[in-house]
Design a protein around this ligand. Sequence first.
Ligand code: C5P
Length: 264
Amino acid sequence: MDFSKMNKIIEGKTKIIYENPDDKDTVFMVFKDDITAGDGVKHDIIQGKALVDWQTNRDIYEYLNRCGVRSHYISSPEEKVSVVKKLERKINLEVVSRRVAAGSILHWGKGIQEGDRYDPVITQFHYKDDPLHDPMLDDDYIEYMIRAKNSIEYSEARRINALVFDCLERAFAAFGVQLIDFKLEYGMIKGEVVLIDEITGGSFRLWPYKTDKPNLNQPNILTELDPAGRLDKDVYRMGGELGEVKDKFGAIAAITAKFKDLPA
Ligand code: C5P
């Protein structure tokens, strides 16, 4: 496809969205080699990352379709290009679900230890705003929006996040990897809340199991996991070499390539 002749709708940190001249209800999502962290303060280019992210995103969304998750994803017709449904509007939230305590949650309370296991997963809403560093929204406010304002944005996002988590956690588990947490985003299409955006190595934390038969039925599962073998963007956030980051993202794509053989 020749995107030089197409209308660019928006260019983000890791992808560009173009109008589809043949179909006003869909747009093209084109992946870039850029990688960023810290609200875009840290920024690099990793040759080949776009292709790997495109593969991971395709394989995850095709698996989620089989799990019955309503999403914007339609197809991936050529390398680095996906076709997705055009949104009526974006919902300005980052919706984080966590099975295992890691990352920013460790700063929020003395009682929280790395590796603490949450069942069911816990879900937190962040208001998307780089200058404000995506502040987390108060749980009481979210309950108020759901109960008093009947906001399907929050209730549906929470429901879909949990569904996606269960589905992807099971899939990664089949390859000896624990899904620790992830961040998803949503938009509105025809009055419905729909999962949008890319889902790639930057969206989640993935820690391999330490043994073949981990005991995950404990309040804290850190001893069962190998955080040093992490496969995700924390490698980049923590200052890893770009070659190592690319290898880890390649390892994720090699796993998600096998999702097609799994039962949904
Ligand atoms: O940093 P924190 O622990 O809050 O991140 C939770 C999850 O959300 C991690 O999987 C991280 O990769 C993801 N995340 C993200 N984009 C952000 C912030 C967090 O994908 N802007």
